[in-house]
Write a new protein. Structure first.
Length: 469
C-alpha cells in the first residue's frame, strides 16, 4: 500500500537556492531586520544580507580564486555571520559543507578531506582544533578564515576578503542544472558506519523550503522567530538559515543554550515561534529560573533533531502552556512528516507535500494501516546520493526510487505517522550520530574486555539516547 500526502502536490521552483531565498515574495523592504545574534545583538537587514553575501562571493573569487564547484567548510557554533558565509558561497557557485562545532580534530580532518574542502571558516573559540584539522587536510593557512573582526595566530578574519564593494551577480542555474548541481554536503552516518557526505542539490533544497512554507503557513514577515538548533545540521540550515529569508521574518540566532540567555531573548524580542530540540525543552523544564520570565509571547514551538518524549512534552505544556509540535525527517530527505496540530499525542504528523511512503515487513511485503514496518519514502526533496559512495547510495534506494529510512513506523487511518522503533544501527546522542560498532571496536582494544555490545538507552534525564555497553 502506498501512502500519499494529504497536502496538494506542489510545483518545484526551477531555480537556484540564492535566487529563491532572495526572491522576496512578501515584498519586505531592504531595511527589515532579518537575522539577529541573540548573544551579541549584532544584526543584518535584508538589504545588508544581500550586499554582504554578494561581496563575500566576490571576495572568494577575487582573493582565493574560488571556482564554481569548489567546496567551502564552516566549523562554528551558531552566530549571525553564518548565513552570510553559507549563501555567499552558494552565490559564487560553490558547495558548502558544515561541520559540528563539537568535533575533535580527527573528525573534522575526515570531513574536510572527504568533502574536498579548499576553504575553511572557523569560530575563534575552536581555532586550535581547526588548525590541526586543516593541516591534516592540506588546506593552506591563507585559506582558513575566522568569524569575527580580529586576526589570531596569523589567521585572518573572513571580512578581510570583503574589503572592496564589488558584488557579484549570483550564479544562475537552468532547471536541469539546478536538479543536478550539488549545493550542500551535510555529513550523516545514515543507517550505519562512518559519516557520509549527503549530496543536496539546489532543487532538493528549494523543494524542502517550499514544503516548509506550506506546512508552516502561519509564519511570515510578522513573525519573530528564535532558532537554537545548530546551523551545521539540516534542521537549522533549513528552518533558520534559509526559510527566514524567503519568509521575510526576523530570526534570533542563538549559540548559547543557557536558560537565562534564552529566556531573556524570548522576553526582550517577544518571540512568537521557536525552532529547538528536546535538550533545550528539558533545560527549560528543569531550571526554575525559566518560570521567572514572561514567555507568553510564544505561540508555538517546533521540536526537531531528536525524538521528544510524550512525558516531557506534557510536562512542558503543564508548566508553560505553550504547545509543541513535532516533525520527522532525515538529513537525506528533509522533513518527511509534520504535525499540523497537537491533537494526536505521540504522532510525528502527516506526510509533507509530494511525499509518498510505503511500509515494508521484514520479508519486503507492503503493509497497511496500523501495521508497523520499515519506512520507505519517495519525494523530490530526497538527496542525490552519498558523496563518492555508490555502494552506500545503491543500498538505500530501491528500483522505484524509494529511500529506506531505517526506521520502524506505523500509520493510522487518518494518515498520522508514529515512530515505533529503529531498525538502523545508529544511536542519536545529543548532536552526534554514534555507531555502536565503532564504540565496540574501541572497547575491544582493552585487554580486560573479551567481548562488547553497545545499544542505545533513552534517558529521560538527558532527553536523548545514551550509548550503553
Amino acid at each position: 500500500m502506498i501512502f500519499k500526502s494529504k497536502y496538494p502536490d506542489i510545483k518545484i521552483p526551477q531555480v537556484g537556492i540564492y535566487q529563491y531565498v532572495t526572491s522576496n515574495p512578501n515584498k519586505i523592504p531592504d531595511d527589515k531586520v532579518i537575522y539577529v545574534d541573540g548573544v551579541t545583538g549584532r544584526s543584518y537587514t535584508f538589504g545588508e544580507f544581500k550586499h554582504e553575501s554578494k561581496k563575500f562571493a566576490a571576495g572568494l573569487q577575487d582573493q582565493l580564486e574560488f571556482k564554481r564547484g569548489d567546496v567551502l567548510a564552516i566549523f562554528s557554533p551558531n552566530q549571525v555571520d553564518y548565513p552570510i558565509a553559507v549563501l555567499g558561497t552558494i552565490a559564487a557557485g560553490g558547495k558548502v559543507t558544515t561541520a559540528n562545532p563539537k568535533y575533535e580534530a580527527t573528525d573534522l580532518s575526515y570531513q574536510l578531506t572527504d568533502s574536498g574542502a579548499s576553504v575553511l571558516i572557523v569560530h575563534p573559540e575552536i581555532l586550535d582544533v581547526a588548525i590541526e584539522a586543516s593541516i591534516n587536510a592540506k588546506i593552506p593557512a591563507s585559506r582558513v578564515l575566522l568569524f569575527g573582526e580580529k586576526e589570531i595566530k596569523g589567521y585572518k578574519p573572513y571580512r578581510s576578503i570583503l574589503n572592496n564593494d564589488r558584488e557579484i551577480e549570483p550564479i544562475y542555474y537552468f532547471p536541469e542544472e539546478a536538479k543536478s548541481t550539488i549545493a550542500y554536503l551535510i555529513y550523516s552516518s545514515g543507517t550505519t558506519g562512518k559519516p557520509k557526505g549527503v549530496e543536496i542539490t539546489h532543487t532538493n533544497m528549494v523543494f524542502r523550503l517550499t514544503q516548509t512554507l506550506i506546512v508552516e503557513n502561519k509564519l511570515g514577515p510578522h513573525s519573530i522567530i528564535m532558532g537554537t538548533g545548530g546551523l551545521c545540521h539540516i534542521y537549522g540550515m533549513d528552518r533558520i538559515t534559509h526559510t527566514t529569508l524567503i519568509r521575510g521574518a526576523t530570526t534570533i540566532i542563538h549559540s548559547n543554550s543557557n536558560v537565562e540567555t534564552i529566556c531573556e531573548s524570548i522576553q526582550k524580542f517577544k518571540i512568537t515561534f521557536i525552532y529547538t530540540d528536546p535538550k533545550i525543552i528539558l533545560k527549560l523544564v528543569n531550571d526554575p529560573l525559566a518560570q521567572q520570565f514572561d514567555l507568553s509571547s510564544v505561540g508555538m514551538i517546533l521540536s526537531g533533531a531528536a525524538p521528544l518524549s510524550d512525558k516531557l512534552e506534557r510536562k512542558f505544556y503543564e508548566m508553560f502552556k505553550i504547545p509543541i509540535l513535532q516533525g520527522y525527517g532525515l538529513t537525506e530527505t528533509g522533513a518527511v512528516t509534520i504535525c499540523p496540530d497537537t491533537s494526536v499525542p505521540g504522532s510525528v504528523g502527516i506526510l509533507t507535500p509530494n511525499m509518498k511512503a510505503k511500509i515494508l515487513s521484514d520479508n519486503g511485503h507492503e503493509l497497511g494501516y496500523n501495521e508497523p514496518g520499515e519506512l520507505w519514502i519517495h519525494c523530490p526533496s530526497i538527496m542525490k546520493g552519498y558523496l563518492n559512495n555508490k555502494e552506500a547510495t545503491d543500498a538505500v534506494f530501491d528500483k522505484d526510487g524509494f529511500f529506506c529510512t531505517g526506521d520502524i513506523v506505523s500509520v493510522d487511518e487518518l494518515g498520522n505517522f508514529f515512530v515505533v522503533d529503529r531498525k538502523k544501527e545508529m544511536i542519536r546522542c545529543q548532536d552526534f550520530d554514534v555507531a555502536p560498532s565503532e564504540l565496540e571496536s574501541i572497547l575491544l582494544t582493552f585487554e580486560v574486555v573479551s567481548d562488547a555490545a553497545v545499544i542505545g538507552y533513552y534517558s529521560e534525564k538527558e532527553a536523548a539516547e545514551i550509548p550503553t555497553a
